[in-house]
Design a protein around this ligand. Structure first.
Ligand code: NAP
Length: 302
C-alpha cells in the first residue's frame, strides 16, 4: 500500500487564497487590513530567513507588514518599550518577536509583555490558558499545532473517537497539539496519549495510534513496524542530516529528514506528511490566519 500524501505546500496555497479573499473583503467593507510586525534582534541568517518569509507571506495576503530590525545589543528595557509601543498601536493586530533572543534578554519577560490580544504566536500564558479551556475561549492557537490540526481536517481524517499518540511534550508542539486533539469540536474529540523519553515501550503506544503525531527531533525515530496499517502519520520533525547542491540554484542547501522513516512508513500508513513540504509550510500560514483573526475580533466580525 502507498499512503496518501498530505502536502502542506498544497494546503498552504488553499488557506492563503482564502485569507487573501477575506482581507480584500474587510478592506472593502471596513477600510482596514490586518497589521503584522515582526521584531528581529541581531543578524542570525536563520532568523533573517524566517522573518523574510513571514513578511513576504503577509505582503502576499494583503496585510500591512513591518519588519522592525534591532541590533543584537539592544537592552532588554528598550526591547520591552518597543513591544509596548506596538501594543498601543491601533494599526497593529499581531506582534511577533523572532526567537531565539540574545542571552542577555529574558525570553519569558519579552513574550509576557506582548498584549495577549496581539500574541499571534499564541505563546503568552493567557493564550496557553485559553487553549486549555478550549472552545470559544481559544484566541490564538500556536501556529505549528494549529497547522497540524488543519492538515488533519483538510485531509478528511476522522478524529472523533480516534486514538491519537503524540511523540514529544514540548511547549510549542507536543503539549498544545495533544491538548487540541482531545477538546470538544471539529478536528478533535480524540483519545490522546503523549509519549516522551521516559515512556516505556514507545513502539507499543505508537502501534495503537489511528493518528500518530511525531515531534521529537530525532531522524527516523519512528520505524515502519511502529505504525498501525492505515494510520495517519504527521511528521513534525525537521532534522538537518547533511548538505547538497540545489539543482535549481546551484547553491548548497541542507538535506532535511523527518522523525519518521518515510520511505518505509508510506507503505503502511493510510496517509502521511512528507519532510520537507509537510507540516513546515503550515506554521507561517497559521500565523497569517491568527493575525486576520485578531483584526476580525477587534472589528467584532465573524
Ligand atoms: P523539543 O523541544 O526538543 O522536544 C522534543 C520532545 O520529544 C521532548 O518532549 C522529548 O522528550 C521528546 N523526545 C526526544 N527524543 C525522544 C525519543 N527518543 N523518544 C521519545 N521522545 C523523545 O522539540 P520541538 O521544539 O517540539 O520540535 C520537535 C521537532 O519538530 C524538531 O525536529 C523541530 O525542528 C520540529 N519543528 C518543526 C516545526 C515546523 O515544521 N514548522 C515547528 C516546530 C518544531 P523529553 O521531554 O522527555 O525530553
Amino acid at each position: 500500500m502507498s499512503a496518501k500524501l498530505i502536502k502542506g505546500t498544497v494546503i498552504r496555497e488553499e488557506i492563503l487564497e482564502e485569507i487573501t479573499k477575506e482581507v480584500a473583503k474587510i478592506k472593502e467593507t471596513h477600510g482596514v487590513v490586518p497589521g503584522l510586525v515582526t521584531i528581529l534582534i541581531g543578524e542570525s541568517p536563520a532568523s533573517i530567513s524566517y522573518v523574510t518569509l513571514k513578511i513576504k507571506t503577509a505582503h502576499r495576503v494583503g496585510f500591512t507588514e513591518i519588519q522592525d530590525s534591532q541590533p543584537v545589543d539592544i537592552s532588554e528595557e528598550d526591547l520591552l518599550a518597543l513591544i509596548e509601543k506596538y501594543n498601543n498601536d491601533d494599526s497593529i493586530n499581531g506582534i511577533l518577536v523572532q526567537l531565539p533572543l540574545p542571552k542577555h534578554i529574558d525570553e519569558k519577560k519579552v513574550l509576557n509583555t506582548i498584549d495577549p490580544d496581539k500574541d499571534v504566536d499564541g505563546f503568552h500564558p493567557v493564550n496557553v490558558g485559553r487553549l486549555m479551556i478550549g472552545g470559544d475561549e481559544v484566541k490564538f492557537p500556536p501556529c505549528t499545532p494549529a497547522g497540524i490540526q488543519e492538515m488533519i481536517i483538510r485531509a478528511g481524517v476522522e478524529t472523533s473517537g480516534a486514538e491519537v499518540v503524540v511523540v514529544g511534550r514540548s511547549n510549542i508542539v507536543g503539549k498544545p497539539i495533544a491538548n487540541m486533539m482531545f477538546q470538544k469540536g471539529p478536528g478533535a474529540n480524540a483519545t490522546v496519549t503523549v509519549v516522551h523519553t521516559r515512556t516505556k515501550n514507545l513502539a507499543s503506544h505508537c502501534k495503537r495510534a489511528d493518528i500518530l503525531i511525531v515531534a521529537a527531533g530525532v531522524p527516523d525515530l519512528v520505524k515502519p513496524e511502529w505504525i498501525k496499517p492505515g494510520a495517519c502519520v504527521i511528521d513534525v520533525g525537521v532534522n538537518r542530516v547533511g548538505e547538497k547542491i540545489s539543482e535549481k540554484t546551484g547553491k548548497k542547501i541542507a538535506v532535511l529528514k523527518g522523525d519518521v522513516d518515510f520511505d518505509a512508513a508510506k507503505e503502511i500508513a493510510g496517509s502521511i506528511t512528507p519532510v520537507p513540504g509537510g507540516v513546515g509550510p503550515m506554521t507561517i500560514t497559521m500565523l497569517m490566519k491568527n493575525t486576520l483573526k485578531s483584526l476580525k475580533s477587534k472589528l467584532k466580525i465573524a
